[in-house]
Design a protein around this ligand. Structure first.
Ligand code: HQG
Length: 177
């Protein structure tokens, strides 16, 4: 079983295209694992519930959560209906890895969610480097004055896997490091 490919397929279904798998996510993004398995099987992906659980367990980066027979993507959604998350106070600083070619636009418009529902932020610089390095181009690490932004009504959300999400962050809260 190619668990990396399976993880990508599950992310596609749960983050971006539930409708094309005939899946309906609830307001927090959950679906029954049995429904996901049925949907994947219909698409020709031969997988069972225990293999889905194993994929989630083995994945180094925690992209999916399993609870009470249900599964959801922790983050990364691009579907129209916004996944509801509880906002909380962030630490003083959070980090974002990007590339130099995006910098002017970020400094002009702020950090935007782009294709996704939320902006993705990292707790530490090291993780932001990994995120930024996914892209071709010169790496730039941004330090976000998260606490200050929070006290000025910008919402932050923390996933149980340690990833932070937020709404638009104006450039006045961004430091290039
Ligand atoms: C940039 C992966 C121009 C932003 C990763 C980023 C992460 C702007 C890109 C997760 C901009 C969006 C998310 C602006 C932001 N002008 N560019 N105003 N504001 N950008 O993929 O944070 O492996 O949506 O800097 O590891 O790169 O899929 O966000 O470069 O955890 O599980 O627009 O996705 O996780 O790109 O990555 P993304 P991201 P998975």
């Amino acid at each position: 079983m190619d668990f990396i490919q399976l993880s990508k397929t599950v992310s596609q279904a749960l983050r971006h295209e539930p409708q094309s798998y005939n899946l309906t996510l609830d307001s927090q993004g959950w679906v029954l694992i049995s429904n996901l398995v049925f949907a994947l099987n219909l698409k020709g992906v031969q997988v069972n519930e225990s293999e889905i659980c194993k994929m989630v367990e083995l994945s180094e980066k925690k992209r999916h959560q399993i609870l009470n027979g249900k599964i959801k993507a922790y983050y990364g959604h691009s579907i129209v209906n916004k996944i509801l998350k509880r906002h909380i106070e962030p630490p003083a600083f959070l980090y974002h890895g990007t590339i130099k070619s995006s910098l002017n636009s970020i400094l002009e418009k702020g950090l935007l969610p782009m294709e996704r529902q939320y902006i993705h932020l990292s707790f530490d610089e090291k993780t932001a480097v990994i995120v930024g390095n996914r892209r071709k181009g010169e790496l730039v690490i941004l330090k976000v004055k998260a606490k200050e932004a929070f006290f000025n009504n910008i919402k932050f959300y923390k996933e149980e896997n340690g990833i932070w999400l937020s709404d638009l962050i104006p450039s006045k809260y961004i430091i290039i490091i």
